[in-house]
Design a protein around this ligand. Structure first.
Ligand code: RNT
Ligand code: ZN
Length: 417
């Protein structure tokens, strides 16, 4: 028996004593698929423009060496990251990540421009999710895309949106896993608008136009992602939380909550139970806000743990698509993926290792003392011994060992770019 397994057996006994079956928790964890975002690998540049500058709507900062410059490099980096993450997952692509020799614009993309991704995903046993790219483009005009007062601008982006649906449908059909196509639209204003209403009406109508054609939900489903404010849209974001709550519920779309898109003290964990009652399903962008900014690497903080608990305790995982969304260009990008993904998995494991039924019973009996004592004692339980065993049985490195591999990949591959 390996050391890791010995420790697992000891942990198993301790959890069994409070009515938790660790083997069952590991089974459950295995079923949790994370949609890993491609854009941490190259600071959201994509491969559509040769210089790939972020020119509006979104911003990444930092210049750590080794960013992927081609689809091939990005896939190599992703393979490295996935080899250090237990389980089988999905890759989340953005429209700017075309893989083709043809010069194509966002309003011209077709499934064939993504064929190498599909081939690779099939080989790797990964599903593919997708996102239209409503930023970093000359048609992002005066901070607007779909909400623009200029019909020519709107039409360009409507066409783009429609095309991404066909591409997501193609991913779903080819790979046999529903491809979630997530719409995030940065449109907004730097300073106080006079008219908040009309841009929202235009956004609603443009989205309706994009979604007019019915596609088979077996292959693709759409999500809509809100935001409170962003760089250059400090005073007003057209696609706010209320906007997309209404839109998603009335149009049967998944509602995407990004953990970094709310007021600094407003947490998405508290919203899941309500959304689950009224919406058609949820998508998460697991991320981390820091003061006014979002998109930091996911760390094991209280909110992450709470997100895991909410989804597990209320059995919401079947209705929730878990995606990651962060891009830090000041650190090793493969390490960023591994830390963020493994942390997200660990948060679910912590939740699976809770005696939930017992805690719910105590709560119903108004025994709030026991509720507090158990949840606090549980924080010191050896969940990491269970996690390490999960890594071992899934043939990925345990503990710091994964970082050694990233370091040598950095030395042998990334620093040579
Ligand atoms: C931006 C949104 C959005 C993007 C990606 C790249 O604030 O969170 O999800 O991060 O589309
Ligand atoms: Zn997001």
């Amino acid at each position: 028996m390996s050391k890791v397994e010995q420790r697992y057996q000891a942990a198993k006994e301790r959890y069994a004593a409070i009515g938790v079956d660790t083997d069952h928790a590991l089974e459950k964890l295995k079923g949790v698929k994370i949609s890993v975002h491609c854009w941490q690998g190259d600071d959201v540049k994509g491969f559509m423009n040769p210089d790939g500058e972020l020119t509006g709507g979104i911003m990444a900062t930092g210049n750590y060496p080794g960013a992927a410059r081609t689809p091939k490099e990005l896939r190599a980096d992703l393979e490295k990251a996935f080899s250090l993450i237990p389980g089988k997952h999905k890759l989340n692509l953005h429209a700017i990540y075309v893989d083709t020799d043809e010069k194509v614009d966002l309003n011209e993309i077709e499934p064939k421009h993504f064929a190498p991704w599909v081939e690779w995903a099939r080989e790797q046993g990964l599903g593919l999710d997708f996102n239209p790219t409503f930023f970093s483009h000359p048609m992002f005009k005066d901070n607007y895309t779909l909400a623009s007062p200029d019909k020519e601008v709107r039409d360009f982006w409507v066409e783009h949106g429609k095309r991404t649906r066909k591409i997501a449908e193609y991913f779903g059909r080819e790979l046999g896993q529903t491809s979630i196509n997530n719409f995030w639209v940065p449109d907004g204003m730097k300073d106080n608008p006079i008219d908040r209403f009309t841009p929202r009406k235009r956004l609603m109508e443009a989205l309706d136009e994009i979604f007019a054609e019915k596609l088979d939900e077996k292959y693709t489903r759409e999500a809509v992602e809100s935001k409170l404010f962003g760089l250059g849209a400090e005073a007003y974001t057209v696609g706010s939380h209320e906007f997309y709550m209404g839109y998603g519920i009335t149009r049967g779309k998944l509602i995407c909550l990004d953990a970094g898109h709310f007021h600094p003290t407003e947490m998405i964990s508290g919203k899941l139970s309500s959304l689950a009652l009224f919406g058609k399903g949820m998508m998460l962008h697991v991320s981390r806000p820091v003061r006014w900014d979002s998109d930091h690497v996911v760390l094991m903080d209280d909110e992450l743990v709470e997100i895991g608990r909410e989804l597990v305790r209320n059995d919401l995982l079947p209705h929730t698509h878990i995606g990651l969304d962060f891009f830090d260009a000041t650190i090793n990008r493969v390490a960023a993926w591994v830390v963020g993904t493994r942390n997200t998995q660990k948060a679910f494991l912590k939740a699976f290792l809770e005696p939930t039924a017992e805690l719910k019973k105590l709560e119903l009996e108004n025994d709030f003392t026991s509720r507090m004592v158990i949840t606090e004692e549980l924080k010191d339980f050896p969940y990491s011994d269970v996690w390490n065993y999960f890594c071992e049985i899934n043939s990925v490195p345990v503990g710091f060992d994964w970082f050694k591999e990233v370091k040598s990949y950095e030395k042998n591959v990334l620093l040579k770019r």
